[in-house]
Design a binder for this molecule. Structure first.
Ligand code: GLN
Length: 305
């Protein structure tokens, strides 16, 4: 079946599937329309296939984490980054605090909040938030192929209610995983989570990873070695405490965000992004998981099959 037709069919299959809840711990995220649903595929040579609300903007939330990880790897290399953040799955939720207390105090991986906040703390801590945001948006924009911006309302909403993330950052500061002040790095973390994209943007960013770090329109964004580090961690840790099940059933590196987005990378082939705001207890879009499972099966995308 033609890809475009398949996307429309899968969209139709799940558009009235109403399980899940809106993320409500970030108050502004609880105000979005729960019926929104979009799927985009961008191939490594830039072909686009879409269904549903693919022009709808949403915030990246945790789907931003692979990109800030790539930014830190590009700036410091893997050894320096690994001193601060490990590469092991946690088996616990994205905002868990327990691993920081245990053993080394080093965050297990850069896909959970503790790891991502530590990564933010490495990105030009000596500079102003404005400058740090500018550098981050430039980096993310080169994956998307155009300038991106921050949703300031969502940013403020998360920033003013981030009691748990502040505890995580305080604990990381206590153990000197983060040195210096934590507020600026938390603000950068909330900023990355509030970057606005639509599914076409996110699928293009994924396609750049699928294409070895080269944007579909052929300019280089990051090294191939960085891509392989990022995709390995996405496969083992990107879906948190369902990462094992995800690798088994769906079989390609992916990352979710509590706004309801998930993107997947099929190396050498394509990037896929889905968006639908109702999420399950793990923080993954319910319609998004269904759609990606079906796409993996119907387009034979499992990387080990
Ligand atoms: N901004 C969210 C948080 O830190 C991102 C979490 C997510 O998307 N899983 O809680």
């Amino acid at each position: 079946m033609k890809t475009e037709l398949l996307l429309k069919e899968i969209h139709e299959r799940y558009r009235s599937f109403n399980e899940g809840k809106l993320a409500n711990y970030i108050p502004e995220l609880a105000k979005v329309n729960p019926n929104l649903f979009a799927i985009s595929i961008v191939t490594t040579d830039g072909e686009v296939f879409e269904a549903g609300d693919s022009q709808q903007l949403f915030t990246m939330q945790s789907s931003s984490k692979p990109f800030t990880y790539a930014m830190a790897l590009s700036a410091f290399g893997r050894d320096k980054v690994r001193e601060k953040v490990g590469v092991e799955p946690t088996g616990t939720s994205f905002n868990s605090i327990v691993e920081i207390e245990a053993n080394t105090h080093r965050p297990y991986n850069p896909m959970v909040n503790a790891g991502a906040i530590t990564i933010s703390s490495m990105l030009s801590p000596e500079k102003s938030l404005e400058k740090r945001r500018e550098e981050m948006l430039k980096f993310f924009g080169s994956f998307a192929g155009h300038e991106l911006s921050i949703d300031e309302t969502i940013y403020q909403s998360e920033r003013s209610t981030a009691f748990r993330n502040r505890s995580i950052a305080n604990l990381l500061r206590h153990f000197q995983v983060i040195n210096g002040e934590i507020d600026g790095s938390l603000d950068l973390y909330f900023s990355q989570c509030s970057i606005q994209v639509n599914t076409r943007d996110l699928a293009t960013m994924a396609a750049t990873l699928a294409n070895g770090g080269v944007h579909p329109s052929k300019y280089k964004v990051i090294d191939r070695d960085t891509v392989s580090d990022v995709l390995s961690i996405m496969l083992s840790c990107g879906m948190y405490d369902t990462a094992g099940e995800w690798a088994y059933q769906v079989g390609f590196p992916a990352k979710s965000g509590v706004s309801g987005c998930i993107f997947g990378v099929i190396p050498g082939k394509m990037g896929i992004a889905v968006y639908s705001p109702l999420i399950n207890e793990h923080g993954h879009s319910v319609r998004g998981v269904k759609a990606l499972q079906d796409l993996s099966y119907e387009l034979k995308l499992h990387i080990f099959r």
